[in-house]
Design a protein around this ligand. Structure first.
Ligand SMILES: *Cc1c(COP(=O)(O)O)cnc(C)c1O
Length: 378
């Protein structure tokens, strides 16, 4: 049986042999999302023969010295990319961003205290609901009244809350917090869909978490960045696996980590570092987003779905001005090898996820289809 896998950008991988293939799929999937072609190639090699051991990464001990070096590097590359100080711990966890909705209050919400939440979308709502199971929450701002088509602003942050929870990028609605609030209490941020996409000051945050599968790797790994002095204060007796401390103390290896996912995160973040790090990614992401939003605004057959000033550089949501053209437009997308553009069911229309690994050439293909569609409609 031939041992090859087909990856994006038209390469076949045959244990180090490459064959060019004519088809290129433009992957706009919201998550799990696009990964760099060279990362997929490296991952495929590690799945077959890891570090020349003659063994697959999938079948060796996570405590082998080869893997320990890899997971240590996976944490270190996060530190380098974000310029984290020693005040912060970096860990890889499992359970997705959704488990962080519970881990955060277990670790930071005192039984007699309360936590403040900004409700900017379904993920933020779910985060609030999980915290409510453990203690008191206060939703201090919400954009639910307008189907989360904007990011709430101008709210007061109570100085007696145990923490304030925000969502930096609302993956479903295509809105993004452009400025983070100046918070008198520890700021906790769900950055699942835009971590490493733009420069920010990590020192304004108490805790950052991100499911890897949007912008930093495959599903199965979750990154958490935690200011160490915040831990051990909730006074709760929590399940060991939900306590950040043992994960930190054991270098993300309290138990068997998500070995392969963490490794592919490492590869993806090293790729980012080789390509200019977060500042260069931000420049590329701005250019991609500008290209697409300019077309959405220029082309009379399309319109954006959210407040212009809050538009996400990661997920661009738009609809047809006349829904009766949907089948024609979707056929053109398919013919152009554009994949994953369907919007979330709660917004409808289209969502172009243009994460770090998405080349601007693929965005240009989408824009060209939109222009051709306009010409054909007259
Ligand atoms: C996808 C997503 C989640 C849920 O992530 P899981 O890893 O599936 O639990 C949470 N928050 C945001 C912002 C997301 O985009």
């Amino acid at each position: 049986m031939p041992q090859w896998v087909v990856v994006q950008y038209g390469f076949r991988v045959t244990l180090g042999q490459f064959q060019f293939m004519p088809m290129k799929v433009h992957n706009f999937s919201a998550g799990p999302g696009i990964l760099p072609a060279e990362v997929l190639q490296q991952a495929a090699e590690a799945a077959i023969n890891f570090k020349g051991m003659g063994l697959s990464l999938l079948e060796i001990s996570h405590r082998s010295k080869e893997y320990v070096a890899a997971i240590d590097e996976a944490m270190d590359v996060v530190r380098r990319l974000l310029h984290l100080s020693d005040d912060y711990a970096v860990v890889y966890l499992q359970g997705g961003a959704s488990l962080q909705f519970s881990m955060v209050p277990f670790n930071l919400l005192r039984p007699e205290g309360y936590a403040a939440y900004v409700n900017s979308g379904v993920w933020a709502t779910k985060a609030t609901q999980e915290a409510e199971k453990l203690g008191k929450t206060k939703v201090i701002a919400s954009s639910k009244d307008a189907n989360f088509s904007y990011v709430p602003k101008g709210y007061d942050i109570p100085s007696d809350a145990d923490y304030l929870h925000i969502t930096s990028n609302n993956t479903i609605y295509g809105t993004q917090m452009k400025d983070f609030p100046q918070s008198p209490v520890p700021l906790v941020c769900d950055m699942s869909s835009d971590i490493f996409s733009r420069v920010f000051d990590p020192n304004q945050f108490g805790l950052i978490y991100a499911g890897a599968q949007k912008n930093m790797g495959p599903a199965g790994a979750t990154l958490a960045i935690i200011r160490k002095d915040l831990l051990g204060k909730s006074g709760r007796n929590m399940p060991t696996m939900l306590n950040y401390a043992p994960h930190i103390e054991n270098g993300s290896m309290y138990n068997t980590p998500s070995v392969f996912s963490v490794y592919v995160c490492m590869l993806t973040l090293q790729w980012l570092e080789r390509n200019g790090g977060v500042p260069a990614a931000e420049t590329r992401n701005r250019a991609k987003a500008d290209l697409l939003y300019n077309e959405i605004d220029r082309n009379g057959l399309f319109k954006g779905t959210c407040a212009t000033e809050d538009r996400s550089d990661m997920n661009a949501t738009f609809v047809l001005t006349d829904e009766s053209h949907a089948a024609d437009f979707e056929k053109m997308l398919k013919d152009a090898n554009i994949s994953g553009l369907k919007g979330h069911r709660s917004v409808g229309g289209y969502r172009a996820s243009i994460y770090n690994a998405m080349p601007i050439e693929s965005v240009q293909v989408l824009v060209d289809v939109m222009k051709t569609f306009e010409k054909q409609r007259g």
